[in-house]
Design a protein around this ligand. Structure first.
Ligand SMILES: Nc1ncnc2c1ncn2[C@@H]1O[C@H](COP(=O)(O)OP(=O)(O)O)[C@@H](O)[C@H]1O
Length: 247
């Protein structure tokens, strides 16, 4: 898309909002680290494919209706649906956002390129990709004992899951995630590892990758994430570089 004065003005509106991707294998501790990170940065908007579409389904939105059949069959959502979701989420959240975090997304090079275009249309670009990594067996052990709250998304681990236990934070029911069975986990892990190679390659070429050891205690992971987070002023240089789609 050619850049005209009108599109430059439109895209520059969000030029000071830093964008971070937080990714890594299932069980690396992304959601846990994000809980601390969100508390630290008010005004942060946070996108995760699973949670975003679960909410859309609950609310019966047009995006939720499209997502339901993929959700029910545990099939990955098609890219077109995910990008429609991200675009609508960004357009709703950006006017009041202080920073943007995408968790567990994109998953491969083609999604990364498409994301760069969607962000570029809004004057944004990825300032940091944090890769939170753990060995496969650590990931497996964590995921097999993980329980999540049906209401506030608190995550509980390191205990033998007792279905029906109450959440310590809000008292609602804890459940196992439907995709946390051994077979689905192994499939997700293999696919994640495969996509990560080209994803890291893509963002390493842009000089934005930081790796964090997810086997460290949660407080240490949270501190490392805070250090890795892009500063708001990094984004200011984008004003000189109005985006062109697919560049
Ligand atoms: N640094 C950590 N050390 C030990 N256990 C952790 C750590 N971070 C997360 N966990 C636990 O591991 C499980 C997976 O964490 P979660 O944040 O849900 O991972 P992800 O979002 O990457 O799939 C959860 O049960 C969580 O409580």
């Amino acid at each position: 898309m050619p850049t005209t004065p009108a599109t430059v003005a439109a895209t520059d509106r969000h030029a000071d909002v830093p964008v971070m991707i937080l990714t890594g294998p299932p069980g690396a501790g992304k959601s846990t680290a994000m809980r601390a990170f969100r508390r630290r940065f008010p005004g942060l908007i946070h996108f995760g494919v699973r949670v975003f579409f679960e909410r859309q389904i609950e609310q019966g939105t047009p995006l939720g209706l499209r997502a339901k059949k993929f959700h029910d069959t545990k099939v990955w959502h098609p890219d077109e649906l995910i990008f429609d979701g991200i675009a609508s989420w960004l357009d709703e959240g950006l006017p009041a956002a202080t920073r943007v975090v995408l968790e567990g997304f994109p998953r491969n090079r083609s999604q990364a390129r498409a994301l760069d275009g969607v962000l570029g249309d809004r004057g944004l670009r990825v300032d940091r990709l944090v890769y939170l990594n753990v060995p496969d067996e650590v990931a497996a052990a964590r995921v097999m004992t993980r329980e999540v709250c049906t209401s506030c998304e608190t995550i509980v681990a390191d205990a033998i899951p007792v279905p029906g236990t109450a959440c310590v934070r809000c008292g609602r029911q804890l459940v196992r995630r439907p995709d946390d069975d051994q077979q689905t986990f192994r499939r997700r892990l293999a696919r994640q590892r495969q996509g990560a190679v080209e994803l890291l390659d893509h963002y390493e070429a842009l000089g934005v990758v930081v790796r964090i050891d997810g086997t460290s205690p949660p407080a240490q992971v949270a501190a490392a994430l805070e250090v890795a987070a892009p500063a708001a002023q990094i984004a200011a240089r984008r004003i000189q570089q109005p985006a062109t789609r697919g560049a």
